[in-house]
Design a protein around this ligand. Structure first.
Ligand SMILES: Nc1ncnc2c1ncn2[C@@H]1O[C@H](COP(=O)(O)OP(=O)(O)OP(=O)(O)O)[C@@H](O)[C@H]1O
Ligand SMILES: [Mg+2]
Length: 285
């Protein structure tokens, strides 16, 4: 079964020039769609009864999920449970066969394509760090602000004082203030991950999706990442997918356990750990 053909994708207006800093909302002239999520109902992200199949295999199966503004939600589940596919659906990479996906109570994410969803304020961190290895830490963060990444426009790009302050604030948040001039390629794996998170933060996302952020990190790097996420929550909403249970235990408030494409259990660390169904999927029958 096709996953992406059933939902029409919106086409951005040809005159639309993205500038995440001067226009916090996406100005899609002519397409009268809201771009600022309405949070009065206490939800920043809302999935209802979402399903998607790949060649008849139900990767996501009647999935419903509710994330509150400023929440740090942890998502766990065995391999193949649909965690990454869920992020693909939220970010517009995969269109579901059925169900609803809302940003706030007013923005129907199924009407937006992948770059538009990023501009609405949904940032995504994939597992592998994707920083520009040959550039410095500073240049990577600066580059994250540019909508036009061509060499010509880069030559004429100048940071405003607001942007400079933002960059310094982000450097401190990701604890790379002593590495501003270092080439990103020379950073440790953990530092590269933080730099990429910093690049996302430069865009001031409302919602951050992080897929296995501490995979491959040392224990110390994992601990610092936990501290980082705890400082980010409240200001941003975070959805964190991880297999590292000690990391999850450190940061978790509410945990959602996915299995076979739907929610198996939800609750605190102790609640899900004691849940019979959860024990069964993790330990096998
Ligand atoms: N584009 C695709 N085409 C075909 N099958 C896919 C596609 N994306 C995901 N799947 C399948 O959907 C299922 C869910 O995969 P997904 O990557 O979402 O799992 P996951 O929970 O992220 O697992 P892991 O913990 O191993 O990362 C898997 O069986 C996977 O093979
Ligand atoms: Mg995955």
């Amino acid at each position: 079964m096709s996953t992406n053909s059933s939902h029409p994708r919106a086409t951005p207006d040809a005159t639309y020039t993205p500038n995440v800093l001067t226009s916090p909302s996406v100005s899609l002239a002519g397409l009268k769609r809201p771009t600022e999520p309405n949070l009065v109902h206490g939800r920043i992200l809302y999935l209802e009864d979402v399903s998607v199949s790949f060649d008849g295999f139900k990767a996501i199966n009647h999935l419903s999920l509710d994330i509150a503004p400023g929440e740090l939600r942890c998502i766990i589940g065995p391999n193949g449970a649909g965690k990454t596919t869920m992020m693909d659906i939220i970010t517009g990479k995969t269109k579901p066969d059925s169900g609803q996906v809302f940003f706030g109570s007013n923005i129907n994410l199924l009407e937006f394509n992948e770059p538009e969803i990023a501009k609405l304020g949904i940032g995504r961190k994939f597992q592998k760090p994707t920083v520009f290895e040959e550039l410095s830490v500073f240049d990577n963060l600066e580059l994250a602000l540019k909508s036009d990444k061509s060499v010509r426009s880069s030559l004429f790009f100048k940071l405003s004082s607001v942007q400079k302050n933002r960059l310094i604030e982000v450097l401190e948040t990701i604890k790379l203030e002593d590495s501003i001039t270092r080439q990103a390629g020379n950073l440790s794996h953990g530092q590269k991950q933080w730099l990429e998170i910093g690049m996302l933060l430069m865009q001031e996302p409302k919602l951050l999706l992080l897929d296995e952020p501490v995979a491959g990190m040392t224990d110390q790097e994992t601990q610092r990442t936990a501290e980082l996420f705890l400082t980010l929550k409240g200001r941003h909403s975070l959805v964190v997918v991880e297999h590292d249970m000690s990391f999850i235990k450190t940061i978790a408030e509410k945990i959602t356990v996915l299995s076979e494409g739907s929610v198996l259990a939800e609750g605190t660390f102790d609640q899900v750990q004691a849940n019979e169904k959860v024990i069964e999927v993790y330990l096998g029958r």
